[in-house]
Design a protein around this ligand. Structure first.
Ligand code: BG6
Length: 517
């Protein structure tokens, strides 16, 4: 199939430069709980460093890592510096790093030790006095949910959640936000006793991805798409998130979660909302989240019988990925050999509102698939083939693909006449790549999200009621799997394949097929 590359070069419009809705971050003290963890080394510090390198981190912002292991500031900085060279998108520039590292500190304490929080409060007050950070605090809970209550309680006991004279105190919480609606509710209750909803930032790193943010721009800043964006013109939508990785060292967490909780409750539901939502009245956090909430609420909850028909779950077996033989899920490190946890899920969901009436959304996500890729494909209805003698075979649909990662971009498949005397029609692709059009790498999701939290913009964070509503949908499937005398079977798929045959059957039953990535 021929590919047409319509390379789009961005035409900067100076007026639009001013249309950014973000205000500047205010100087603050950032405290990371769980500072010895992977996330700090791979994502949080590289993100803060890159914000600094781009000149967006106020020079008086200090970062304190709070963790259990004894360590000096110097040792902490040296470890972070080494990891940075590996994980930072822009590498490590010595001058920038040295300035940045001099504002990174280590605070050793057990999470439940009152003395540790008293000392932390003293340290933060001292930093405020030296740097004029005015008592602004951003607490990042990069710890398991079982630690939340203890840490939050101690922050409260020591007045660290309190604001004074216009300062702010915010908390960022990492997923998982519970394992069902009830536990998410409990968790949210605990957080809300210490921080108000407006100061609670539930991070979902998919919302920070440049291409996820582009969905709203693509839809609402182009006159071309929105008039067609509904049940009259769209046949169906496919959302795919494929990973070649297995569960790596996360066996215990993953085995208690599974693909549905790990990826669908949060990341993929958020993407689906951005695709399906109505235009918000403005770009304020609540207007955007109000619209997303309406979508989650409209997602049809299946009965157990419908789950058996519309949802496929599966586990990876042995196979070859990236040229290497890999083990089956049930033999992975610290995974139950009789595990009933899915590493792949494919399902159909209907969004029961006027715009999407009757349009199926097919979602699939899995580990140990042949390649890495997340995309949303909008498949339009075909035009009648009568003019081109294509009533039987069909002309093929227009497909708009939003590539979330890698090779971020947008492509549009259209029908075109093949050159020659015959009238032959072929499907070709117009393609926009971020990399070539904008010529610089996109910021990492965590950069955008940390900046937003420092600026007080919660648009790209999940609100409590959204999380709640998403769990209602997930629970309807989990109940059919685990609290049902006749649960639907667990399928298997070889590692390195595109998933089980049952997932293909799911679409074939509707006369459709999954796209090849
Ligand atoms: C995390 C999940 O939230 O997202 C992981 O816990 C998954 O299991 C990861 O691998 C995928 O993120 P990304 O940005 O690599 O697509």
């Amino acid at each position: 199939m021929e590919a047409v590359n319509a390379s789009l070069s961005p035409t900067a419009n100076p007026l639009k430069e001013g249309l950014s809705s973000r205000s500047m971050p205010r100087p603050c003290n950032v405290v990371i709980f769980g500072a010895s963890g992977d996330l700090t080394f791979r994502k949080l510090i590289p993100a803060l460093y890159n914000i600094e390198a781009d000149g967006d981190l106020p020079a008086t912002t200090h970062i304190t890592g709070f963790a259990r292991r004894p360590k000096t500031d110097e040792a902490f900085r040296a470890e972070l510096g080494e990891a940075l060279a590996k994980f930072s998108r822009s590498g490590r520039i010595e001058g920038v790093w040295n300035d940045f590292a001099s504002r990174v500190h280590y605070h050793q304490s057990e999470f439940g030790n009152a003395e540790g929080y008293r000392e932390l409060a003293e340290k933060l007050d001292k930093l405020d006095a030296e740097n004029g950070t005015a008592g602004n605090r951003l607490f990042y809970l990069s710890v398991g949910p079982s630690e939340f209550e203890g840490i939050l309680g101690k922050l409260q006991e020591h007045g660290l959640n309190k604001t004074r004279d216009g300062s702010w105190a915010r908390v960022i919480v990492e997923k998982p936000f519970g394992r069902d609606r009830e536990s998410a509710h409990d968790l949210n209750e605990k957080v809300s006793r210490v921080f108000e909803e407006k100061d609670t930032y539930r991070i979902d790193h998919y919302l920070g991805k440049e291409t996820a943010q582009n969905i709203m721009v693509l839809r609402f800043a182009n006159s071309l798409f929105e008039p067609l964006w509904n049940h009259k013109y769209i046949d169906h939508i496919q959302v795919t998130a494929a990973e070649p990785m297995g569960v790596e060292a996360r066996g215990p967490y993953y085995d208690s979660a599974g693909a549905l909780r790990d990826m669908v409750q949060n990341h993929l539901t958020q993407l689906l909302c951005l695709v399906a939502m109505e235009p918000p009245t403005d770009l304020s956090a609540d207007s955007v989240r109000d619209e997303k909430l309406k979508v989650v609420r409209a997602m049809r909850k299946w009965t157990p019988e419908e789950v058996a028909k519309n949802v496929v779950r599966a586990q990876y077996g042995t196979g070859v990925v990236g040229g290497k033989e890999v083990p089956a899920y049930r033999t992975e490190d610290r995974v139950n050999p009789e595990s009933q946890t899915e590493t792949y899920v494919a399902f159909k969901v209907l969004v029961d509102n006027w715009r999407w009436s009757g349009v199926p959304f097919y979602v699939r996500v899995g580990k140990r698939l042949p390649q890495h890729g997340t995309e949303i494909a909008i498949v339009f209805k075909e035009t009648p083939g009568v003019l081109f003698n294509a009533e039987q075979a069909g002309l093929g649909p227009n497909v708009l693909v939003l590539r979330i990662q890698p090779d971020e971009g947008v492509s549009l498949r259209i029908q075109s006449k093949r050159p020659g005397v015959q009238l032959a029609i072929e499907s070709v692709k117009m393609d926009f790549h971020y990399k070539t059009s904008f010529g610089k790498p996109s910021p990492e999701a965590y950069e955008r999200l940390l900046l937003d939290a420092m600026s007080g913009d919660a648009t790209l964070f999940a609100r409590r009621d959204e999380v709640d509503a998403a769990w209602t949908f997930i629970d309807s499937i989990e109940h059919a799997w685990h609290e049902n005398p006749n649960p639907p079977p667990m399928a298997t798929y070889p590692s390195g394949s595109w998933g089980p045959k049952e997932a293909d059957d799911l679409l074939a039953a509707d006369g459709r097929a999954w796209r090849l990535l």
